[in-house]
Design a binder for this molecule. Structure first.
Ligand SMILES: Nc1ncnc2c1ncn2[C@@H]1O[C@H](COP(=O)(O)OP(=O)(O)OP(=O)(O)O)[C@@H](O)[C@H]1O
Ligand SMILES: N[C@@H](Cc1ccc(O)cc1)C(=O)O
Length: 359
């Protein structure tokens, strides 16, 4: 695979790469690249996460040495799962299982637990050096990477340490690439800025888009784009906005039937976004819409662009799109559901998490 082919695969369905020139240079120099994504293991895995899971897969496919950080301590700081570290760890194993079932070749991905990093005093030296090079205001603003507002730094002091830890995760592991949704941007920019001062490698940030929640969104003047997206994204702590990977087929269909999807509207339409970022993210994907002959008969889309065009022209009824999307999404989720059903420890965890999601 040549450099341009690699770049094409890496950049497909990304919101931004900071910077693409740095990435190209490293690929041209044939450097062996090390990348990571971190996540807080705090419960149910929703389909928004499949967007970065796909990118994780792509990066593995082009030969990047990827690791996944199970951010147990970070989740604990962020008050997830009632502060129960055992449950947090189990939720981490559950997410790894989902990634495996989704088709990420986990034999090629190193799984790192936050415990592995925090046991080394050098890690903590880095955290302090990062804090020393970051203003309090910037550290507070970075709290959006944990789904919190800057003011929430006042809740307890550990929250202020979280962004420095996330930056230390990157610098400590000497990474070339940090992957995450666009809401992780502030951590990655901070890592890039302090790396110069600390004489560390400047990480390349790859950001995947945030899937909007099933309720869609209402843009308001004066609200910054990042804040808007963070408030309307599909989120596990707002289960009513989300389709979870373990949801049974009929639940997936019911959720899609009631999703925001006005006729002809493309912007912030979750059903179209599911097509763009999840269904058509797969090679050679198609979407078959079954319709009565009097409504134009069956139609098969071979690319997302084709689908978007027809939909924006009002030539495809929302319900037809929703039902076709449910069918296709269920095909993608089927192997994940089957894998999870066969593991009782995870079925119990899912049941428990469904009863009382804490953040
Ligand atoms: N709706 C989404 N679409 C795409 N990626 C997402 C979405 N929500 C979160 N992510 C990405 O998933 C990773 C884990 O995020 P996070 O744990 O904050 O998920 P979450 O569902 O928003 O959880 P919480 O509701 O607990 O904040 C991050 O890289 C984040 O950017
Ligand atoms: N901040 C990320 C989780 C994370 C934690 C530590 C990291 O190094 C990376 C990512 C989130 O909320 O999902």
């Amino acid at each position: 695979m040549n450099v341009e082919e690699k770049i094409k695969i890496i950049s497909k369905n990304t919101a931004e790469i900071v910077t693409i020139d740095e990435l190209r240079k490293k690929l041209e120099e044939n450097q062996k690249l090390k990348g990571y994504i971190g996540f807080e293991p705090s419960g149910l895995f929703h389909i928004g996460w499949l967007i970065w899971a796909q990118k994780l897969k792509d990066l593995v496919d082009v030969g990047v040495d990827m690791s996944i950080l199970v951010a147990t301590w970070h989740a604990w700081i962020n008050d997830k799962l009632g502060g129960n570290l055992d449950k947090i760890k189990l939720a981490g194993q559950y997410a790894i299982e989902v990634l495996n079932a989704y088709g990420v070749d986990m034999s090629k991905v190193k799984v790192v637990y936050a415990e592995d990093l925090v046991k080394d005093s050098n890690y903590w030296a880095l955290v302090i050096r990062i804090a020393k090079n970051t203003s309090l205001a910037r550290m507070k603003r970075a709290l959006t990477i944990m789904g919190r507002k800057a003011e929430e730094a006042e809740l307890d002091t550990s929250k202020l340490i979280y962004p420095a830890m996330q930056v230390a995760d990157i610098l400590y592991q000497d990474l070339d690439i940090a992957l995450g949704g666009t809401d992780q941007r502030k951590a990655h920019m901070l890592a890039r800025d302090v790396s110069d001062k600390l004489g560390k490698k400047k990480v390349i940030a790859i950001h995947t888009p945030l899937l909007i929640g099933l309720q869609g969104g209402q843009r308001m003047e004066g609200v910054e784009e990042d804040d808007y997206l963070a408030s309307v994204k599909m989120s596990k702590s707002k289960p009513e906005t989300a389709i979870f990977v373990h949801d049974p087929p009929e639940v997936v269909e019911a959720k899609l039937r009631s999703a925001y999807c006005p006729k002809g509207v493309v912007i912030d339409n979750p059903v179209l976004q599911i097509n763009k970022y999840i269904i058509f993210a797969k090679d050679n994907a198609t979407l078959k819409v079954e319709r009565d002959i009097k409504y134009g008969g069956d139609i098969e889309f071979k690319s997302y662009e084709e689908l978007e065009k027809i939909y924006s022209e009002g030539k495809l009824h929302p319900l037809d799109l929703k039902l076709a999307t449910a069918r296709k999404l269920n095909e993608i989720l089927d192997p994940i559901r089957k894998k999870l059903e066969s593991k009782t420890e995870f079925t119990l965890l899912v049941e428990e998490l469904e009863k009382g999601v804490t953040r």
